[in-house]
Design a binder for this molecule. Structure first.
Ligand code: GLA
Length: 393
């Protein structure tokens, strides 16, 4: 079966490779194979858990889950990318903390779906991915979403994708224990090819925004800085707490409530909390401006908004890292229209928007800057706005 979007985006043979890996793990063919993509967040960082706006798009790369039902109530999981660490857990005894390591993500998805009352039974799961882990391209959400879609699919349950995104997030929040927002799971499940997804994280309203880079003669380069990004170390959680504290000081439910009144941030006397809040408030406006430009067919004019977002994340929210700052500088010096870190920060990737004919210059400039600093060379990926998750076979 083929549903949403273009089968080519996962690369030839992706379903076969996942099915072969399943056969290697369990000795039979899987009942089905599902794909869920990673994402690039074009703009709107650390705004989702403040009930603000985000503008991600799905990548062609992602995670495949090859799955068959089991009748013994067990969840058996193996991953091509973690061959030494297969995991097995009885579904009925899943509870936060009961599974650790990579398998906590698929187990967390299963747990959350069952907590919501859906009768998901045992399953054998084989995971295969072509998405770099730690590159801030949402490999965790892709793993959760591929699993969630596969488990509900194989057990014949038709769960609305927004609900599935919320359940995958609940698994990550409560089972894995990372207090992330709703952006990544929404992108993985709801995006469409050639579009970014403008998501209002308060109302849940999602709308497509055209992002046909090729037609505009543009390239969005993903620059993996090769500094591993991780959200589970407490720094992400501390940013989230600062935002909640700032909202409390302003007497509002969340920082979203002062988007239309950025001057309100000046009432916060604590300089650190004021900076954190200023990032969120200004970033929400940048998201809406970017979406307006894209809708007006002016993708080439989004560059300065991306660069301003980076400056805000670096100076006010303080989630950037040296390699990201150097990549942004080198990319813009090399001819990019704009550049910024993407994702939660503290490692991972930078994106650079550039005219297609200048992409090579941007790559060269960034690679040279990394080599001047004695850093391992960055990895480049052309980001193609692709379809959200679907069943491959
Ligand atoms: C991570 C989280 C998202 C979001 C971003 C920052 O990717 O999973 O929910 O908060 O960081 O924008």
């Amino acid at each position: 079966m083929m549903a949403r979007g273009d089968s080519k985006v996962t690369g030839p043979g992706a379903a076969d490779r996942a099915a072969d890996w399943f056969a290697e793990c369990y000795g039979t063919e899987p009942e089905g194979v599902w794909h869920a993509p990673g994402r690039v967040n074009l703009i709107g960082e650390h705004t989702d858990y403040n009930e603000g706006f985000v503008l991600p798009f799905a990548l062609g790369q992602g995670v495949r889950a090859a799955v068959s039902r089991r009748d013994d109530g067990l969840l058996e999981m193996c991953s091509q990318q973690a061959r030494a660490s297969p995991a097995t857990a009885p579904l009925s005894r899943l509870s936060p903390g009961s599974v650790t390591g990579w398998a906590a993500y698929p187990a967390g998805a299963a747990w959350a779906i069952r907590e919501a009352g859906y009768p998901v039974g045992g399953a054998s799961i084989a995971i295969d991915a072509d998405l770099e882990r730690g590159a801030a391209l949402s490999s965790s959400a892709a793993l959760e979403c591929a699993t969630a879609l596969a488990l509900t699919g194989v057990h014949g349950l038709d769960v609305d994708r927004r609900e599935l995104a919320a359940l995958a997030r609940r698994g990550e929040n409560e089972f894995v224990g990372v207090p992330t927002g709703i952006m990544d799971q929404s992108a993985s499940l709801l995006c469409r090819a050639g579009q970014a997804l403008l998501l209002d994280c308060r109302s849940g309203q999602a709308s497509d925004v055209p992002l046909d880079l090729e037609a505009a003669g543009l390239v969005l380069l993903v620059i993996d800085t090769r500094v591993q990004h991780a959200l589970a170390d407490g720094r992400y959680a501390s940013r989230r707490r600062a935002c909640e504290d700032a909202a409390r000081l302003l007497g509002v439910r969340s920082l979203r409530d002062v988007t239309d009144n950025p001057a309100a941030v000046g009432q916060i006397t604590d300089p650190l909390l004021r900076r954190r809040a200023r990032h969120v408030v200004t970033e929400n406006s940048r998201v809406l401006e970017t979406a307006s430009l894209l809708r007006a067919g002016e993708a080439g004019r989004c560059g300065p908004l991306l660069t301003a977002s980076h400056a805000s994340l670096r100076d006010d929210f303080e989630v950037s890292w040296p390699q990201a700052d150097v990549a942004v500088e080198a990319a813009t010096a090399g001819g990019a229209l704009g550049a910024r870190m993407t994702g939660g920060g503290f490692g991972g990737s930078v994106i650079a928007l550039t005219e297609a004919e200048r992409a090579e210059g941007v790559r060269t400039s960034t690679s040279r800057a990394f080599s001047d600093h004695g850093w391992p060379p960055p990895r480049f990926l052309d980001a193609v706005p692709s379809s959200g998750a679907w069943r491959l076979r």
